[in-house]
Design a protein. Structure first.
Ligand SMILES: *Cc1c(COP(=O)(O)O)cnc(C)c1O
Length: 367
């Protein structure tokens, strides 16, 4: 049995440090926005190479609060990838603004910088670059476009804790970045959690207000904020797990290399990695025309796969009421992607086994 994800096993690897951290919070009597959150914020900002980190309740809120801090709202447009997890789009919709999808290139899965400018209108206020599957979006051209058109450049780094583009870490590549610490992410809490990183001091202050009822001082509410706070228990857990993030990501790279070598030249070949991009392989996603057959064949061998994601955002019920331009790449990817198991719970031998079974299954389909 090779599970897609095994959180019990992954988190058991952090005992007894996790139990100690939880015990420390239990004994402290401080449970929301206290010293653990402050310590985690400074440790995670340093890790990302950003000046500030603001802990929030989850990744969706992190994106939404960044947009609010930039005064994005009704009547505005925000450019988003057509192929992403729906949270990227929902964060925009929550502000009252409109998500404007841009497709990946013909043989990629990340937003294609060459297609962005055609989507910019006088209403465009921001561009959300998603570092999907742990691979940084191509930030240098995106930054140039954002500067040229006076757009805010926001990173959705929920799948890319520790990833690098041109030597710099996700979280330091745009005007602000959103992270999720949902349990299955590369840096995962024992519940929900999220964070925003940025360099701008005034922006960080505004985000601290927004996450806590618009307040920086008890019972003074400068703006109509929300309740989206990171709690002490999750922050203490994240501090423990942050210490091993680089080692875990290095292990994911080893597994990714096994997969890449084994699948090279086949119909399951992984996407090539852009030069000067260092992915953290949140997912090991490949594509195949006979996806369902392949998943069933692997399941028969006890190997679990995932699909990220089976229905494009614009095809979801949540977005059915709007007319969308043709988004053939998003639809093609939704129909063809499958994610092979990867993560700290697997060995290189596991990855070899999965790759071998996947190749057999794809050859059987072709025959
Ligand atoms: C997980 C994820 C989010 C949302 O994070 P939550 O903590 O679940 O709200 C946003 N964007 C992407 C790309 C994600 O994978």
């Amino acid at each position: 049995m090779i599970p897609f994800l095994d959180l019990q096993r992954i988190n058991a690897g952090f005992e007894p440090a996790l139990k100690q951290a939880v015990g420390r919070v239990l004994a402290s009597g401080r449970y929301v926005l206290g010293p653990e959150v402050e310590a985690f914020e400074s440790e995670f900002a340093a890790y990302c190479g950003a000046r500030h980190c603001i802990g929030v309740a989850n990744g969706l809120d992190a994106l939404h609060l960044i947009l609010r801090a930039f005064d994005v709202g009704a009547g505005d447009e925000v450019i988003v990838p057509s192929h992403t997890f729906i949270a990227t789009w929902l964060a925009v919709s929550q502000t009252g603004a409109t998500p404007v999808p841009v497709e990946p290139g013909a043989d990629g899965f990340l937003i294609d910088p060459a297609r962005v400018e055609a989507a910019i209108t006088p209403r465009t206020r921001a561009l959300i670059a998603v570092h999907l599957y742990g691979h940084c979006a191509d930030m240098q051209p995106l930054r140039q476009i954002a500067q040229r058109h006076h757009l805010r450049l926001i990173e959705d780094a929920a799948q890319a804790h520790g990833a690098r583009d041109l030597g710099r870490r996700a979280g330091s590549l745009g005007d602000a970045a959103a992270f999720s610490f949902y349990p299955g992410k590369n840096l995962g809490a024992l519940g929900d959690g999220g964070a925003i990183t940025c360099d701008d001091e005034a922006l960080a202050r505004q985000l601290r207000r927004l996450r806590n009822y618009g307040s920086l001082e008890k019972y003074r509410h400068d703006i109509a904020g929300v309740n989206s706070r990171l709690d002490e228990m999750q922050a203490a857990v994240l501090r423990v797990k942050l210490e091993r993030l680089d080692a875990d990501n290095a292990h994911r790279r080893v597994l990714a290399a096994v997969y890449t070598d084994a699948l090279r030249g086949s119909s399951l070949a992984p996407w090539p990695v852009r030069a000067h991009s260092e992915p953290v392989w949140h997912l090991m996603t490949v594509q195949h025309d006979a996806r369902a057959t392949l998943i069933a064949a692997l399941a028969a061998k006890g190997i679990e796969c995932g699909v990220h994601y089976p229905l494009a955002c614009h095809r979801q019920g949540a977005y059915a009421a709007r007319r969308w331009p043709a988004l053939p790449r998003a639809e093609q990817l939704a129909a063809r992607v499958l994610s092979l198991p990867i993560g700290p719970h697997l060995s290189a031998d596991d990855a070899r086994t999965v790759a071998r079974c996947a190749l057999h299954a794809s050859e059987a389909v072709a025959a």
